[in-house]
Design a protein around this ligand. Structure first.
Ligand code: DTR
Length: 340
């Protein structure tokens, strides 16, 4: 009797174990969470495009993916954005390539004075250039998209009406654009955009050289009552993803990301161009900002002073075994293609 009871008990336990192990419990895994880092403040264009991308991704993956956004350098700042993404401190990061001229030589060729007229054209040119050359610099990341700013102008607390006015003026610019200010004779002070509001407030600089949507987004119009329209050089940006994070995504999600690359470049370029106009109107209305236009003769003089910059870039890039002349030719041909 005892033996039978024991057998029954063992049978029951075996049955329970069988049910427990054999029947799969429903998996209640949540959505895929990805952290996206950005360096400037939330109202600026790199963050506006980030929020747009987030919303589209979440919509197009039907909630399978959730993007957590970190503007204002809260996860990674301008200087360690690229390496931080490679190291996995963020899954995705947005960086201004112009801040590191020596690191992103090919894509930074778009910031040479080659006549990119606006951000819509600039973003298309940059994205095509990247896809043609697939530069080695991006071997350790997945590139999600690229885009550019609108051309740069001088925002300052003192009027710059001619080339003499800029001589010795402390102006902030970063990376590639620094050489432009130097060529014009300004006292160039280097720092990322995110450090500029404080430098202006403290009087470390009397102005800056950038696309002018920041007059509104950072309220620089309050301190910079003059804008000299030089319409020179854009700054190129990239959005990159950690390779391991990318490889761990299901194929259908990767397809959504890849399917958005060109669209996001174009969307951002167009947003930037419209926002520049808005910012100009706002600056005039709110702070009576004066926009100074160079005469054709002046503009030619200012532009001519920049010619050695492209020649020097070609020489330096050739030393790095890059097809420098072909890259410059490609940029000019792409500008023609997209500039209608
Ligand atoms: N012109 C570059 C890049 C830039 C233009 N607008 C913004 C806004 C926020 C961050 C960077 C930028 C620059 O001056 O840094």
């Amino acid at each position: 009797m005892k033996k039978k009871l024991r057998q029954l008990l063992i049978g029951c336990i075996a049955f329970i174990v069988f049910i427990w192990v054999g029947v799969p419990t429903p998996v209640t895994a949540g959505p895929i969470q990805l952290n996206y880092a950005n360096f400037p403040a939330a109202p600026t264009f790199p963050c506006v495009q980030m929020e747009r991308w987030k919303n589209e991704v979440e919509k197009r993956t039907n909630g399978k993916v959730v993007i957590n956004t970190f503007p204002g350098g809260t996860l990674l700042d301008a200087k360690n954005m690229f390496d931080g993404v490679i190291a996995g401190q963020a899954d995705i990061g947005c960086l201004c390539m112009a801040y590191q001229p020596g690191r992103f030589v090919v894509t930074n060729a778009t910031s040479l004075p080659l006549g990119i007229p606006d951000a819509g054209v600039g973003s298309r040119v940059l994205w095509d250039l990247y896809n043609k050359y697939k530069p080695e610099a991006f071997a350790k990341v997945k590139v999600l998209t690229m885009f550019t700013t609108a051309p740069s102008n001088i925002m300052s607390s003192k009027p710059v009406r001619n080339i003499d006015d800029i001589k010795g003026l402390d102006l902030r610019a970063s990376g590639g654009a620094a050489q432009i200010l130097k060529a014009w004779g300004a006292n160039q002070v280097g720092m990322p955009m995110s450090a500029t509001p404080e430098a202006l407030q403290k009087g470390v600089v009397q102005g800056l050289f950038s696309s002018i949507e920041v007059m509104k987004d950072y309220k620089f119009a309050e301190l910079c009552r003059f804008v000299t329209m030089t319409n020179t050089v854009i700054y190129p940006f990239a959005v990159v993803m950690n390779l391991e994070s990318w490889n761990s995504l299901p194929e259908d999600v990767q397809k959504v990301f890849d399917g958005m690359s060109t669209e996001q470049a174009e969307w951002t370029g167009n947003y930037m161009d419209n926002h520049v106009k808005e910012s100009m109107d706002w600056s005039k209305k709110e702070y009576n900002v004066e926009f100074i236009y160079l005469t054709a003769e002046q503009k030619m003089r200012w532009d001519n002073m920049l010619k050695p910059i492209t020649d020097k870039w070609i020489q330096d890039a050739q030393k790095k075994d890059l097809p420098a002349e072909a890259i410059v030719q490609d940029i000019m041909a792409l500008v023609k293609k997209y500039f209608k």
